[in-house]
Design a protein around this ligand. Structure first.
Ligand code: NI
Length: 178
């Protein structure tokens, strides 16, 4: 287990389509997930995708517990999701500010689907099948985009709402990146 370097936008690995995991319950997959968990905790992130630590495989983790620093943040269950698939439920979209550990210091507004179903497996191969909405759905969509080489600025349609976090939100704690 180790804290790994988080790659930043411009790294070729972040632009690749990651390959599916073919074998579950292996020491290699357990080590990857442990490294991702250590790294996300170290960075105080809301989520992390394997390509962000240089591993081009379809593994994401995410989770947010209630925190007095972020009284308005919705809780998201801590989840390991391998080979994820997302189904959009309805056409509703909502805009929200996003940040990314691979795009440090910046925030931008991205429209995401409000309600989704996501499926996949944990690192031992147990199925995951959940409905999510709001912030939870946003985090899952952001993380899964990483597996297809998409960073949130590539989803933005209004670049006037893109800027440096400390300039956009002076004196505020804007929450976590993912
Ligand atoms: Ni990200």
């Amino acid at each position: 287990m180790a804290i790994r370097e988080v790659l930043r936008m411009g790294s070729p690995v972040l632009a690749q389509v990651a390959r599916p995991v073919e074998r579950f319950g292996t020491p290699e997959l357990a080590r990857l997930v442990a490294d991702m968990q250590d790294t996300m905790a170290h960075e105080d992130g809301a989520g992390l995708a394997a390509p962000q630590i240089g591993e081009s495989v379809r593994v994401v983790i995410f989770g947010v517990t209630s925190n007095p620093r972020y009284p308005d943040a919705e809780e998201v269950p801590f989840t390991v999701l391998v080979n994820p698939a997302i189904t959009f439920l309805g056409d509703e979209v909502e805009e929200g500010w996003e940040g990314c550990l691979s795009v440090p210091g910046l925030r931008g507004v991205v429209a995401r689907r409000t309600r989704i179903r996501y499926t996949g497996f944990d690192e031992r191969g147990a199925p995951v099948d959940r409905l999510a909405e709001g912030f939870h759905a946003r985090v899952v969509q952001h993380e899964c985009d990483h597996l297809d080489g998409i960073l949130y600025p590539m989803r933005m349609t209004d670049m006037s709402r893109f800027g440096f976090t400390d300039v956009l939100f002076p004196g505020e704690d804007p929450g976590r990146d993912d």
